[in-house]
Ligand binder design. Structure first.
Ligand SMILES: Cc1cc2nc3c(=O)[nH]c(=O)nc-3n(C[C@H](O)[C@H](O)[C@H](O)COP(=O)(O)OP(=O)(O)OC[C@H]3O[C@@H](n4cnc5c(N)ncnc54)[C@H](O)[C@@H]3O)c2cc1C
Ligand SMILES: *[C@@H]1O[C@H](CO)[C@@H](O)[C@H](O)[C@H]1NC(C)=O
Ligand SMILES: *[C@@H]1O[C@H](CO)[C@@H](O)[C@H](O)[C@H]1NC(C)=O
Length: 459
């Protein structure tokens, strides 16, 4: 184990080079100025890739991306379309919510490829020989062991690697999470078999009970039919009963679209990942028959359509075990209705990156430090997941899940005042995006760290 020779150097293994893993690498690079860290990034694919097209980022994420030095470039590659929510399942349609969020804290939309490039450019790959980070492509983690000195990573190709800390940023089908929860279950087996069973199921994602049809629309085609079509410049939720469609521009030529459909009784079925199948346009045309004309125009002009069966990770009892931590979708994959998952991965990376960069954090206290990350990030991200699920129900006018003071029948009849009440509830649900910045979470984490070190010093 040659890698553990330098006691002063903290060796960090990141498994997964998606938005979460790359954000963590960039946070470590940015925050660890006076500290020697060595980062090994292991990515299962032969290169960094993103699937899907559009992504929506909110102010909390942008605050962090600014700290990481990439918000200026983000501004030049993203849009900030005003957000509207409509009831669209009648030929007229009703606009019932317009975001009043001030422009400087509004959300931005961009192509996922651009987001990944911003992070890769921020890391400066390829521009200089870098002793801070080593990237290892085509390395698929299959499991790990840990002892009091560190973690041994096992890869599919039979090789192993060693580190002081392992961060599993390996997405919804996380091998790190599976290994963590099967180890936790094994330990619980002797004393509490019921708990062991529940830990075992924690390792596996469940179907969120929804289909999301994702497609792109050529803006030129829409302009040709209707030069002032609202979707060209706005971010719009087109809501109906059990279905909503989200559209927003991600470039001057492309509108990103996602049609989300509730499948009654589907929630909780086991699926190991998001499954994706190409489908014919008729499938979504049928689902929105009789909806407002502007939406029909978008669907008529859609590009290829892929139907995702979207999964989520059940609220985990812990994100951390010893020297191993979960980050991003691995820890809390959620439905994407409060513009949420990637933002939460970026927030995880910010807190964990700051913690690991503190001069006082080293290989002997790392497990306690990871528990601080867990204490700060678990409740927050799980609350966002809860909001995101509820947001979907609001958009889809779900009779059993509207806010208690909103009358379903009245919304159904198109009662504007009632719909505006729903609009206020929507506004409340996503207000967390701009009311408080993640620096407040860091303050809490830092004071927990200081307390911990003080207690250690006094021992
Ligand atoms: C339809 C849809 C729309 C969404 N829209 C938004 C949105 O608008 N805003 C938002 O904030 N979020 C959105 N999300 C959520 C967002 O996409 C995710 O939360 C985010 O991409 C998670 O990033 P991650 O780095 O945690 O995981 P991933 O992006 O999944 O990255 C994981 C990486 O790990 C690698 N990997 C996997 N297994 C292994 C292994 N065993 N060993 C090594 N490497 C491995 C993978 O190849 C991948 O590169 C949406 C999600 C969906 C499904
Ligand atoms: C780790 O840090 C703590 C607190 O800063 C210190 O007491 C301890 O000696 C350090 N351990 C090593 C191995 O450097
Ligand atoms: C969200 O949290 C509230 C309060 O804890 C709970 O009652 C509700 O069931 C949760 N909803 C979802 C969708 O998780």
């Amino acid at each position: 184990m040659a890698s553990t020779h330098h006691n002063d150097v903290l060796r960090i293994a990141i498994c997964g080079g998606g938005i979460g893993g790359l954000s963590l690498a960039l946070a470590l690079k940015t925050f660890s100025r006076n500290k020697k860290l060595l980062v090994d990034l292991y990515e299962a694919d032969p290169s960094f890739t993103e699937i899907g097209a559009g992504i929506n980022l909110w102010h909390r994420s942008r605050y962090i991306l600014d700290q990481l030095g990439i918000d200026d470039s983000l501004k030049t590659r993203s849009f900030s379309p005003p957000m509207k929510v409509r009831r669209s399942n009648t030929p007229d349609g009703i606009l019932y919510y317009e975001s009043q969020t001030p422009g400087d804290v509004a959300s931005v939309t961009l192509h996922r490829r651009e987001m990944l490039s911003l992070l890769v450019e921020g890391l400066g790959f390829g521009t200089e020989p870098d002793s801070f980070i080593a990237t290892h492509f085509s390395k698929r983690l299959t499991g790990y062991d840990q002892d009091s000195s560190g973690v041994t990573l096992h890869f599919q190709d039979g090789s192993t690697a060693h580190a002081h800390v392992l961060v599993g940023a390996d997405g919804i089908s996380s091998a790190t999470r599976k290994a963590m929860y099967s180890q936790l279950a094994e330990h619980a087996q002797m004393t509490d078999p019921d708990r062991a069973d529940s830990l075992m199921t924690n390792g596996t994602p469940i179907w969120a009970g929804i289909h999301i049809y994702r497609f792109l629309i050529d803006a030129a085609k829409i302009r040709a039919v209707e030069p002032n079509h609202a979707s060209l410049l706005q971010s719009i939720v087109w809501g109906g009963e059990g279905i909503h469609v989200v559209t927003y521009p991600i470039s001057p030529t492309i509108i990103n679209a996602a049609m989300c459909v509730d499948i009654p009784g589907g929630f909780g079925t086991l699926l190991s990942e998001h499954t994706k199948v190409p489908v014919a346009k008729e499938e979504i045309t049928q689902l929105t028959e009789g909806w407002e004309e502007d939406l029909q125009i978008l669907i008529k002009n859609s590009g290829d359509i892929v139907r995702w069966s979207v999964s989520q990770v059940q609220p985990l009892p812990q994100f951390v075990d010893g020297r191993v931590a979960l980050l991003g979708d691995s820890a809390h994959a959620m439905v994407p209705f409060a513009g949420a998952g990637a933002g939460q991965a970026i927030e995880d990376a910010y807190i964990l990156g700051l913690l690991l960069s503190q001069p006082s954090v080293n290989t002997s206290n790392i497990a306690d430090v990871l528990n601080i990350y867990d204490t700060i990030r678990k409740p927050f991200s799980q609350d966002v997941a809860n909001r995101s699920t509820r947001m979907g129900k609001f958009f889809q006018l779900h009779p059993d899940h509207l806010p208690p003071h909103v009358d379903f029948e009245k919304t159904r009849q198109g009662d504007r005042a009632e719909l505006e009440k729903l609009g206020n509830a929507i506004d409340d649900l996503w207000s967390f995006h701009y009311t408080e910045m993640p620096s407040e979470d860091w303050k809490r984490a830092k004071s927990m760290l200081d307390e911990m070190l003080q207690a250690d010093g006094g021992r």
